[in-house]
Design a protein around this ligand. Sequence first.
Ligand code: ADP
Ligand code: MG
Length: 500
Amino acid sequence: MFGKRSETDSSANGRAITPVQATASSPAMDELVPDVVAEAPVLAKTEPVANLEEKVVEESVRTSEYYSVKTTVFNALIDTIDLAQLSQVEKSVARDEIRDIVTEILSIKNVIMSISEQEELLEDICNDVLGYGPLEPLLARDDIADIMINGAHTSYIEVEGKMLKAGIQFADNAQLMNICQRIVSQVGRRVDESSPICDARLPDGSRVNVIAPPLSIDGPCLTIRKFKKDKLTLAQLENFGSITPEGRTILEIIGRVRCNVVISGGTGSGKTTLLNCMTASIDLDERIITCEDSAELQLQQPHTVRLETRPPNLEGEGEITMRDLVKNCLRMRPERIIVGEVRGPEAFDLLQAMNTGHDGSMGTLHANSPREAISRLESMIMMGGFSLPSRTIREMIVGSVDVIVQASRMRDGSRKITHITEVIGMEGDVPTLQDLFVYEINGEGEDGKIIGQHRSTGIARPKFWERAQYFNEQHRLAKALADAETGTGFGNNNEEASFV
Ligand SMILES: Nc1ncnc2c1ncn2[C@@H]1O[C@H](COP(=O)(O)OP(=O)(O)O)[C@@H](O)[C@H]1O
Ligand SMILES: [Mg+2]
Protein backbone atom coordinates (compact mmCIF):
# COMPACT_ATOMS: atom_id res chain seq x y z
CA MET A 1 0.00 0.00 0.00
CA PHE A 2 2.79 2.38 0.78
CA GLY A 3 5.14 1.79 -2.09
CA LYS A 4 7.85 -0.29 -0.64
CA ARG A 5 5.56 -2.98 0.66
CA SER A 6 5.77 -5.16 -2.40
CA GLU A 7 9.52 -5.41 -2.07
CA THR A 8 9.13 -6.94 1.36
CA ASP A 9 7.37 -9.91 -0.15
CA SER A 10 10.67 -11.12 -1.34
CA SER A 11 12.59 -9.88 1.65
CA ALA A 12 10.51 -12.25 3.69
CA ASN A 13 12.77 -14.84 2.09
CA GLY A 14 10.18 -17.44 2.18
CA ARG A 15 10.01 -17.17 5.94
CA ALA A 16 6.60 -17.73 7.17
CA ILE A 17 3.91 -15.56 8.50
CA THR A 18 1.28 -16.96 10.78
CA PRO A 19 -2.20 -17.46 9.43
CA VAL A 20 -3.60 -15.50 12.35
CA GLN A 21 -2.40 -12.32 10.74
CA ALA A 22 -4.58 -12.94 7.77
CA THR A 23 -7.42 -11.75 9.92
CA ALA A 24 -5.92 -8.28 9.89
CA SER A 25 -8.19 -6.08 7.84
CA SER A 26 -5.60 -4.37 5.68
CA PRO A 27 -5.93 -5.36 2.03
CA ALA A 28 -2.16 -5.09 1.66
CA MET A 29 -1.84 -7.70 4.34
CA ASP A 30 -3.97 -10.21 2.49
CA GLU A 31 -1.78 -10.15 -0.52
CA LEU A 32 1.26 -10.61 1.68
CA VAL A 33 0.15 -13.67 3.51
CA PRO A 34 1.64 -16.76 1.95
CA ASP A 35 -0.02 -20.14 2.08
CA VAL A 36 2.68 -21.63 4.24
CA VAL A 37 1.84 -21.99 7.89
CA ALA A 38 4.78 -21.22 10.06
CA GLU A 39 6.05 -21.86 13.46
CA ALA A 40 6.35 -18.31 14.91
CA PRO A 41 5.21 -19.47 18.29
CA VAL A 42 4.10 -16.65 20.56
CA LEU A 43 2.17 -14.97 17.84
CA ALA A 44 -0.25 -17.82 17.63
CA LYS A 45 -2.82 -15.82 19.54
CA THR A 46 -4.17 -12.47 18.71
CA GLU A 47 -6.16 -9.90 20.61
CA PRO A 48 -8.55 -7.15 19.67
CA VAL A 49 -6.69 -3.89 19.43
CA ALA A 50 -9.55 -1.46 19.67
CA ASN A 51 -8.87 -0.05 23.12
CA LEU A 52 -5.29 0.99 22.44
CA GLU A 53 -6.10 4.67 22.69
CA GLU A 54 -7.38 4.30 26.22
CA LYS A 55 -4.23 2.71 27.46
CA VAL A 56 -2.36 5.01 29.79
CA VAL A 57 1.23 4.09 30.26
CA GLU A 58 2.07 4.90 33.83
CA GLU A 59 5.20 3.60 35.47
CA SER A 60 6.52 1.13 32.93
CA VAL A 61 10.18 0.50 33.39
CA ARG A 62 11.62 -0.92 30.24
CA THR A 63 14.64 -3.11 29.93
CA SER A 64 17.52 -2.53 27.57
CA GLU A 65 16.44 -5.76 25.90
CA TYR A 66 13.12 -4.14 25.11
CA TYR A 67 14.88 -1.18 23.55
CA SER A 68 17.13 -3.38 21.45
CA VAL A 69 14.14 -5.34 20.12
CA LYS A 70 12.40 -2.07 19.46
CA THR A 71 15.38 -0.68 17.57
CA THR A 72 15.57 -3.82 15.42
CA VAL A 73 11.89 -3.73 14.62
CA PHE A 74 11.95 0.00 14.09
CA ASN A 75 14.82 -0.19 11.61
CA ALA A 76 13.15 -2.99 9.71
CA LEU A 77 9.96 -0.95 9.62
CA ILE A 78 11.74 2.12 8.28
CA ASP A 79 13.22 -0.05 5.50
CA THR A 80 9.81 -1.38 4.64
CA ILE A 81 7.61 1.62 4.72
CA ASP A 82 7.57 4.89 2.87
CA LEU A 83 7.34 7.40 5.70
CA ALA A 84 6.64 10.36 3.46
CA GLN A 85 3.63 8.64 1.98
CA LEU A 86 2.53 7.42 5.35
CA SER A 87 2.45 10.93 6.74
CA GLN A 88 -0.10 11.86 4.11
CA VAL A 89 -2.80 9.43 5.09
CA GLU A 90 -5.14 9.62 8.01
CA LYS A 91 -3.60 8.69 11.33
CA SER A 92 -5.84 5.72 12.00
CA VAL A 93 -5.12 4.23 8.59
CA ALA A 94 -1.40 4.78 9.04
CA ARG A 95 -1.61 3.19 12.47
CA ASP A 96 -3.29 0.07 11.06
CA GLU A 97 -0.68 -0.13 8.37
CA ILE A 98 2.18 0.09 10.86
CA ARG A 99 0.47 -2.42 13.08
CA ASP A 100 0.32 -4.94 10.25
CA ILE A 101 3.91 -4.48 9.24
CA VAL A 102 5.26 -4.62 12.79
CA THR A 103 3.34 -7.79 13.48
CA GLU A 104 4.78 -9.23 10.32
CA ILE A 105 8.33 -8.19 11.20
CA LEU A 106 8.01 -9.70 14.68
CA SER A 107 6.97 -12.94 13.13
CA ILE A 108 9.67 -12.91 10.49
CA LYS A 109 12.32 -12.22 13.09
CA ASN A 110 10.86 -14.81 15.40
CA VAL A 111 10.69 -12.42 18.30
CA ILE A 112 9.25 -14.02 21.39
CA MET A 113 6.92 -11.62 23.14
CA SER A 114 3.78 -11.87 25.18
CA ILE A 115 0.67 -10.36 23.72
CA SER A 116 0.77 -7.44 26.12
CA GLU A 117 4.44 -6.76 25.41
CA GLN A 118 3.67 -6.88 21.76
CA GLU A 119 0.82 -4.40 22.18
CA GLU A 120 3.09 -2.09 24.11
CA LEU A 121 5.76 -2.29 21.44
CA LEU A 122 3.23 -1.60 18.71
CA GLU A 123 1.88 1.40 20.54
CA ASP A 124 5.38 2.66 21.17
CA ILE A 125 6.41 2.34 17.56
CA CYS A 126 3.22 3.96 16.28
CA ASN A 127 3.86 6.85 18.65
CA ASP A 128 7.44 7.17 17.43
CA VAL A 129 6.58 7.06 13.78
CA LEU A 130 3.35 9.05 13.78
CA GLY A 131 3.50 11.17 16.87
CA TYR A 132 5.76 12.38 19.61
CA GLY A 133 6.98 9.03 20.92
CA PRO A 134 6.84 8.53 24.69
CA LEU A 135 5.15 11.92 25.05
CA GLU A 136 1.98 10.66 23.39
CA PRO A 137 0.30 9.08 26.44
CA LEU A 138 0.91 12.29 28.39
CA LEU A 139 -0.39 14.46 25.60
CA ALA A 140 -3.52 12.34 25.42
CA ARG A 141 -4.38 13.03 29.05
CA ASP A 142 -6.61 16.00 29.73
CA ASP A 143 -5.85 16.21 33.42
CA ILE A 144 -2.23 17.28 32.95
CA ALA A 145 -1.45 21.01 33.09
CA ASP A 146 2.28 20.94 32.38
CA ILE A 147 4.75 18.37 31.09
CA MET A 148 8.39 18.91 32.01
CA ILE A 149 11.08 16.72 30.47
CA ASN A 150 14.56 17.21 31.89
CA GLY A 151 16.66 15.05 29.60
CA ALA A 152 15.79 11.54 28.41
CA HIS A 153 15.37 9.93 31.79
CA THR A 154 13.65 12.44 34.05
CA SER A 155 10.19 13.77 33.49
CA TYR A 156 7.53 15.42 35.59
CA ILE A 157 3.92 16.39 35.14
CA GLU A 158 1.69 18.83 36.99
CA VAL A 159 -1.70 17.37 37.80
CA GLU A 160 -4.20 19.40 39.80
CA GLY A 161 -1.51 21.71 41.08
CA LYS A 162 0.76 18.88 42.20
CA MET A 163 4.10 17.94 40.71
CA LEU A 164 4.42 14.22 39.97
CA LYS A 165 7.03 11.98 38.33
CA ALA A 166 5.72 11.15 34.88
CA GLY A 167 7.05 7.61 34.56
CA ILE A 168 7.93 7.85 30.88
CA GLN A 169 11.35 7.35 29.39
CA PHE A 170 13.04 8.21 26.18
CA ALA A 171 15.55 5.75 24.75
CA ASP A 172 18.25 8.42 24.91
CA ASN A 173 18.81 12.14 24.50
CA ALA A 174 19.08 11.71 20.75
CA GLN A 175 15.52 10.39 20.58
CA LEU A 176 14.32 13.23 22.79
CA MET A 177 16.10 15.78 20.64
CA ASN A 178 14.60 14.21 17.57
CA ILE A 179 11.11 14.61 19.01
CA CYS A 180 11.81 18.21 20.02
CA GLN A 181 12.99 18.88 16.50
CA ARG A 182 9.87 17.30 15.09
CA ILE A 183 7.65 19.45 17.30
CA VAL A 184 9.30 22.74 16.45
CA SER A 185 9.68 21.99 12.75
CA GLN A 186 5.89 21.83 12.50
CA VAL A 187 5.77 25.55 13.08
CA GLY A 188 8.73 26.20 10.80
CA ARG A 189 11.37 26.50 13.50
CA ARG A 190 14.57 24.71 14.31
CA VAL A 191 16.34 23.67 17.42
CA ASP A 192 19.94 22.47 17.46
CA GLU A 193 23.30 23.34 18.92
CA SER A 194 23.53 26.56 16.99
CA SER A 195 20.07 27.76 18.00
CA PRO A 196 19.37 25.86 21.19
CA ILE A 197 16.35 27.82 22.47
CA CYS A 198 13.01 27.56 20.76
CA ASP A 199 9.35 28.25 21.43
CA ALA A 200 6.68 26.44 19.50
CA ARG A 201 3.14 25.24 19.64
CA LEU A 202 1.63 21.80 19.20
CA PRO A 203 -1.19 21.38 16.71
CA ASP A 204 -3.63 21.23 19.66
CA GLY A 205 -2.49 24.65 20.86
CA SER A 206 -0.21 23.56 23.70
CA ARG A 207 2.75 25.85 24.27
CA VAL A 208 6.19 24.33 23.96
CA ASN A 209 9.63 25.50 25.01
CA VAL A 210 12.81 23.64 24.16
CA ILE A 211 16.27 24.39 25.47
CA ALA A 212 18.93 22.06 24.20
CA PRO A 213 22.58 21.32 24.99
CA PRO A 214 25.05 22.93 25.35
CA LEU A 215 22.81 25.38 27.24
CA SER A 216 20.98 22.67 29.17
CA ILE A 217 23.70 20.54 30.60
CA ASP A 218 21.99 17.19 31.13
CA GLY A 219 20.21 16.80 27.83
CA PRO A 220 17.39 18.64 26.07
CA CYS A 221 14.70 20.15 28.29
CA LEU A 222 11.21 20.26 26.95
CA THR A 223 8.42 22.10 28.74
CA ILE A 224 4.84 21.88 27.54
CA ARG A 225 2.00 23.97 28.95
CA LYS A 226 -0.88 21.82 27.85
CA PHE A 227 -3.70 23.50 26.08
CA LYS A 228 -6.89 23.08 28.04
CA LYS A 229 -9.66 22.28 25.60
CA ASP A 230 -12.21 23.37 28.12
CA LYS A 231 -10.93 26.69 29.31
CA LEU A 232 -12.06 27.65 32.77
CA THR A 233 -15.03 29.97 32.96
CA LEU A 234 -15.91 32.64 35.50
CA ALA A 235 -18.54 30.24 36.85
CA GLN A 236 -15.82 27.67 37.50
CA LEU A 237 -13.54 30.25 39.10
CA GLU A 238 -16.48 31.04 41.36
CA ASN A 239 -16.88 27.35 42.22
CA PHE A 240 -13.19 27.08 43.02
CA GLY A 241 -13.55 30.01 45.42
CA SER A 242 -11.24 32.22 43.34
CA ILE A 243 -13.94 34.85 43.30
CA THR A 244 -17.37 35.35 44.90
CA PRO A 245 -20.63 35.52 42.91
CA GLU A 246 -20.68 39.30 43.38
CA GLY A 247 -17.05 39.65 42.28
CA ARG A 248 -17.87 37.57 39.25
CA THR A 249 -20.79 39.83 38.36
CA ILE A 250 -18.57 42.89 38.69
CA LEU A 251 -15.96 41.32 36.38
CA GLU A 252 -18.65 40.44 33.86
CA ILE A 253 -19.91 44.00 33.86
CA ILE A 254 -16.39 45.42 33.53
CA GLY A 255 -15.81 43.17 30.52
CA ARG A 256 -19.11 44.06 28.89
CA VAL A 257 -19.17 47.85 29.38
CA ARG A 258 -15.85 48.31 27.62
CA CYS A 259 -13.57 49.29 30.45
CA ASN A 260 -9.90 49.12 29.55
CA VAL A 261 -8.54 46.33 31.68
CA VAL A 262 -5.09 45.23 32.75
CA ILE A 263 -4.87 41.82 34.38
CA SER A 264 -1.86 41.61 36.63
CA GLY A 265 -0.30 38.58 38.32
CA GLY A 266 2.72 36.37 38.70
CA THR A 267 3.67 33.44 36.44
CA GLY A 268 0.99 30.76 36.53
CA SER A 269 -1.31 32.89 38.68
CA GLY A 270 -4.13 32.52 36.17
CA LYS A 271 -3.80 35.78 34.19
CA THR A 272 -4.43 34.28 30.78
CA THR A 273 -7.27 32.18 32.17
CA LEU A 274 -8.86 35.26 33.66
CA LEU A 275 -8.40 37.26 30.48
CA ASN A 276 -10.09 34.50 28.55
CA CYS A 277 -12.95 34.44 31.07
CA MET A 278 -13.44 38.17 30.85
CA THR A 279 -13.62 38.14 27.07
CA ALA A 280 -16.68 35.91 27.41
CA SER A 281 -18.76 38.94 28.39
CA ILE A 282 -17.89 40.88 25.22
CA ASP A 283 -20.91 41.35 22.96
CA LEU A 284 -21.07 39.05 19.97
CA ASP A 285 -21.06 41.77 17.32
CA GLU A 286 -17.76 43.40 18.32
CA ARG A 287 -14.68 43.14 16.14
CA ILE A 288 -11.85 41.88 18.32
CA ILE A 289 -8.19 41.47 17.45
CA THR A 290 -5.98 39.37 19.69
CA CYS A 291 -2.18 39.61 19.71
CA GLU A 292 -0.25 36.86 21.44
CA ASP A 293 3.21 35.35 21.55
CA SER A 294 1.64 31.97 21.30
CA ALA A 295 -2.09 31.78 20.65
CA GLU A 296 -3.82 30.62 23.84
CA LEU A 297 -7.00 32.64 24.05
CA GLN A 298 -10.23 31.09 22.91
CA LEU A 299 -12.70 33.80 22.14
CA GLN A 300 -16.34 32.93 21.57
CA GLN A 301 -17.10 35.95 19.39
CA PRO A 302 -17.40 35.23 15.67
CA HIS A 303 -15.71 38.45 14.58
CA THR A 304 -12.28 37.74 16.02
CA VAL A 305 -8.91 38.00 14.30
CA ARG A 306 -6.03 36.16 15.95
CA LEU A 307 -2.47 37.35 15.48
CA GLU A 308 0.75 35.78 16.69
CA THR A 309 4.31 37.11 16.94
CA ARG A 310 7.19 35.42 15.12
CA PRO A 311 10.73 34.94 16.41
CA PRO A 312 13.68 35.66 14.10
CA ASN A 313 14.80 32.90 11.75
CA LEU A 314 18.23 31.27 11.78
CA GLU A 315 19.81 34.24 10.09
CA GLY A 316 18.33 36.49 12.77
CA GLU A 317 15.83 38.01 10.35
CA GLY A 318 12.10 38.16 9.94
CA GLU A 319 11.17 38.80 13.55
CA ILE A 320 7.69 40.21 14.12
CA THR A 321 7.41 41.64 17.60
CA MET A 322 4.37 42.24 19.74
CA ARG A 323 4.82 45.93 19.05
CA ASP A 324 4.62 45.32 15.28
CA LEU A 325 1.40 43.40 15.80
CA VAL A 326 -0.25 45.94 18.06
CA LYS A 327 0.70 48.77 15.69
CA ASN A 328 -0.64 46.87 12.74
CA CYS A 329 -3.78 46.02 14.61
CA LEU A 330 -4.66 49.70 14.76
CA ARG A 331 -4.95 49.70 10.98
CA MET A 332 -7.36 46.81 11.01
CA ARG A 333 -10.31 48.73 12.40
CA PRO A 334 -10.55 46.85 15.66
CA GLU A 335 -13.18 47.64 18.24
CA ARG A 336 -11.20 45.94 20.95
CA ILE A 337 -7.57 44.90 21.09
CA ILE A 338 -6.57 42.06 23.37
CA VAL A 339 -2.87 41.58 24.09
CA GLY A 340 -2.03 38.21 25.63
CA GLU A 341 0.95 39.44 27.59
CA VAL A 342 2.41 42.93 27.61
CA ARG A 343 6.14 42.70 28.23
CA GLY A 344 7.81 45.56 26.45
CA PRO A 345 7.40 48.68 24.36
CA GLU A 346 4.06 47.47 22.96
CA ALA A 347 2.70 48.82 26.27
CA PHE A 348 2.89 52.27 24.68
CA ASP A 349 0.87 51.26 21.64
CA LEU A 350 -1.71 49.41 23.70
CA LEU A 351 -2.22 52.45 25.93
CA GLN A 352 -2.54 54.65 22.89
CA ALA A 353 -5.11 52.30 21.44
CA MET A 354 -7.02 52.35 24.71
CA ASN A 355 -6.88 56.11 24.59
CA THR A 356 -8.04 56.48 21.03
CA GLY A 357 -11.40 54.88 20.78
CA HIS A 358 -10.63 51.25 21.29
CA ASP A 359 -12.13 51.08 24.73
CA GLY A 360 -12.61 47.69 26.12
CA SER A 361 -9.08 46.66 25.24
CA MET A 362 -7.39 44.24 27.59
CA GLY A 363 -4.00 42.81 28.35
CA THR A 364 -2.10 40.94 31.03
CA LEU A 365 1.21 41.80 32.62
CA HIS A 366 3.51 40.45 35.24
CA ALA A 367 3.21 42.29 38.56
CA ASN A 368 2.42 41.47 42.16
CA SER A 369 -0.07 44.22 42.94
CA PRO A 370 -2.18 46.77 41.07
CA ARG A 371 0.21 49.52 42.06
CA GLU A 372 3.16 47.53 40.82
CA ALA A 373 1.26 46.98 37.56
CA ILE A 374 1.24 50.74 37.03
CA SER A 375 4.96 51.04 37.64
CA ARG A 376 5.63 48.05 35.38
CA LEU A 377 3.75 49.77 32.58
CA GLU A 378 5.75 52.91 33.20
CA SER A 379 9.09 51.14 33.12
CA MET A 380 8.16 49.16 30.01
CA ILE A 381 7.50 52.43 28.21
CA MET A 382 10.66 54.06 29.58
CA MET A 383 12.77 51.10 28.51
CA GLY A 384 11.17 51.14 25.09
CA GLY A 385 13.19 54.26 24.38
CA PHE A 386 10.32 56.76 24.37
CA SER A 387 11.84 59.95 25.68
CA LEU A 388 8.83 61.08 27.63
CA PRO A 389 8.92 62.55 31.10
CA SER A 390 7.77 60.17 33.74
CA ARG A 391 4.77 62.32 34.61
CA THR A 392 3.53 62.25 31.03
CA ILE A 393 3.79 58.48 30.96
CA ARG A 394 1.85 58.23 34.21
CA GLU A 395 -0.82 60.56 32.91
CA MET A 396 -1.07 58.44 29.85
CA ILE A 397 -1.50 55.30 31.96
CA VAL A 398 -4.11 56.95 34.15
CA GLY A 399 -5.93 58.23 31.10
CA SER A 400 -6.02 54.81 29.47
CA VAL A 401 -6.38 52.06 32.03
CA ASP A 402 -9.72 51.89 33.84
CA VAL A 403 -9.43 48.72 35.87
CA ILE A 404 -6.64 46.48 37.14
CA VAL A 405 -7.59 42.96 38.14
CA GLN A 406 -5.00 41.18 40.24
CA ALA A 407 -4.66 37.39 40.11
CA SER A 408 -2.53 35.52 42.64
CA ARG A 409 -1.39 32.00 43.25
CA MET A 410 -1.55 31.67 47.03
CA ARG A 411 1.02 29.74 49.01
CA ASP A 412 -1.43 26.83 49.47
CA GLY A 413 -1.57 26.45 45.68
CA SER A 414 -5.05 27.95 45.25
CA ARG A 415 -5.59 30.82 42.84
CA LYS A 416 -7.52 33.88 43.86
CA ILE A 417 -8.58 37.15 42.36
CA THR A 418 -7.20 39.42 45.03
CA HIS A 419 -8.07 42.89 43.74
CA ILE A 420 -10.47 44.60 41.41
CA THR A 421 -9.02 48.09 41.41
CA GLU A 422 -9.93 51.26 39.55
CA VAL A 423 -7.42 53.79 38.29
CA ILE A 424 -9.10 57.06 39.07
CA GLY A 425 -6.67 59.94 38.60
CA MET A 426 -3.49 61.60 39.74
CA GLU A 427 -2.60 63.22 42.99
CA GLY A 428 0.46 65.28 42.29
CA ASP A 429 2.73 62.87 40.47
CA VAL A 430 1.16 59.74 41.85
CA PRO A 431 -1.64 57.80 40.17
CA THR A 432 -4.58 57.22 42.52
CA LEU A 433 -6.07 53.79 42.76
CA GLN A 434 -9.32 52.73 44.32
CA ASP A 435 -9.99 49.14 45.32
CA LEU A 436 -13.53 47.96 44.65
CA PHE A 437 -13.09 44.44 45.76
CA VAL A 438 -10.29 42.75 47.68
CA TYR A 439 -9.35 39.38 49.11
CA GLU A 440 -8.24 39.55 52.71
CA ILE A 441 -6.16 36.84 54.24
CA ASN A 442 -7.03 36.11 57.86
CA GLY A 443 -4.68 33.26 58.54
CA GLU A 444 -3.93 29.69 57.70
CA GLY A 445 -5.93 26.58 58.64
CA GLU A 446 -4.39 23.48 60.17
CA ASP A 447 -4.39 21.83 56.78
CA GLY A 448 -2.21 24.64 55.45
CA LYS A 449 -5.09 26.16 53.51
CA ILE A 450 -5.35 29.91 53.44
CA ILE A 451 -8.33 31.31 55.35
CA GLY A 452 -9.62 34.57 54.04
CA GLN A 453 -12.50 36.37 52.46
CA HIS A 454 -13.43 38.46 49.50
CA ARG A 455 -15.15 41.71 50.35
CA SER A 456 -16.17 44.92 48.76
CA THR A 457 -14.51 48.08 50.04
CA GLY A 458 -17.82 49.88 50.25
CA ILE A 459 -17.51 51.94 47.07
CA ALA A 460 -21.05 52.27 45.81
CA ARG A 461 -20.38 54.35 42.69
CA PRO A 462 -17.30 53.19 40.84
CA LYS A 463 -15.77 55.46 38.24
CA PHE A 464 -17.16 53.32 35.45
CA TRP A 465 -20.70 53.84 36.75
CA GLU A 466 -21.66 55.98 33.77
CA ARG A 467 -20.41 53.40 31.36
CA ALA A 468 -22.47 50.85 33.21
CA GLN A 469 -25.49 53.09 32.83
CA TYR A 470 -24.82 53.46 29.14
CA PHE A 471 -24.93 49.68 28.80
CA ASN A 472 -27.89 49.47 31.16
CA GLU A 473 -25.91 47.47 33.68
CA GLN A 474 -26.14 49.95 36.57
CA HIS A 475 -28.74 48.00 38.54
CA ARG A 476 -26.81 44.76 38.35
CA LEU A 477 -23.66 46.63 39.33
CA ALA A 478 -25.27 48.40 42.28
CA LYS A 479 -26.74 45.14 43.54
CA ALA A 480 -23.45 43.24 43.25
CA LEU A 481 -21.57 45.98 45.09
CA ALA A 482 -24.18 46.17 47.83
CA ASP A 483 -24.36 42.39 48.26
CA ALA A 484 -20.60 42.12 48.40
CA GLU A 485 -20.50 44.67 51.16
CA THR A 486 -23.10 43.00 53.31
CA GLY A 487 -21.64 39.62 52.59
CA THR A 488 -24.81 37.87 51.46
CA GLY A 489 -22.94 35.92 48.83
CA PHE A 490 -22.07 32.35 49.71
CA GLY A 491 -18.55 33.04 48.54
CA ASN A 492 -17.85 35.02 51.67
CA ASN A 493 -17.90 31.95 53.83
CA ASN A 494 -14.44 30.96 52.61
CA GLU A 495 -15.60 28.08 50.49
CA GLU A 496 -12.33 26.68 49.30
CA ALA A 497 -12.24 24.52 46.27
CA SER A 498 -10.63 21.16 46.32
CA PHE A 499 -8.91 22.30 43.15
CA VAL A 500 -5.64 23.99 43.88
N1 ADP B 1 -8.76 30.31 39.44
C1 ADP B 1 -8.15 29.19 39.12
N2 ADP B 1 -8.34 28.06 39.82
C2 ADP B 1 -7.70 26.94 39.51
N3 ADP B 1 -6.83 26.81 38.49
C3 ADP B 1 -6.57 27.88 37.73
C4 ADP B 1 -7.22 29.14 38.01
N4 ADP B 1 -6.78 30.03 37.11
C5 ADP B 1 -5.90 29.38 36.32
N5 ADP B 1 -5.78 28.09 36.67
C6 ADP B 1 -4.89 27.09 36.07
O1 ADP B 1 -3.56 27.52 36.32
C7 ADP B 1 -2.71 27.28 35.22
C8 ADP B 1 -2.00 28.56 34.82
O2 ADP B 1 -2.94 29.49 34.37
P1 ADP B 1 -2.60 30.64 33.31
O3 ADP B 1 -3.85 31.41 33.13
O4 ADP B 1 -1.97 30.08 32.08
O5 ADP B 1 -1.52 31.48 34.13
P2 ADP B 1 -0.63 32.72 33.66
O6 ADP B 1 -1.18 33.24 32.38
O7 ADP B 1 -0.76 33.70 34.79
O8 ADP B 1 0.77 32.21 33.54
C9 ADP B 1 -3.60 26.70 34.13
O9 ADP B 1 -3.43 25.31 34.13
C10 ADP B 1 -5.01 27.08 34.57
O10 ADP B 1 -5.97 26.14 34.13
MG1 MG C 1 -0.22 33.51 30.56
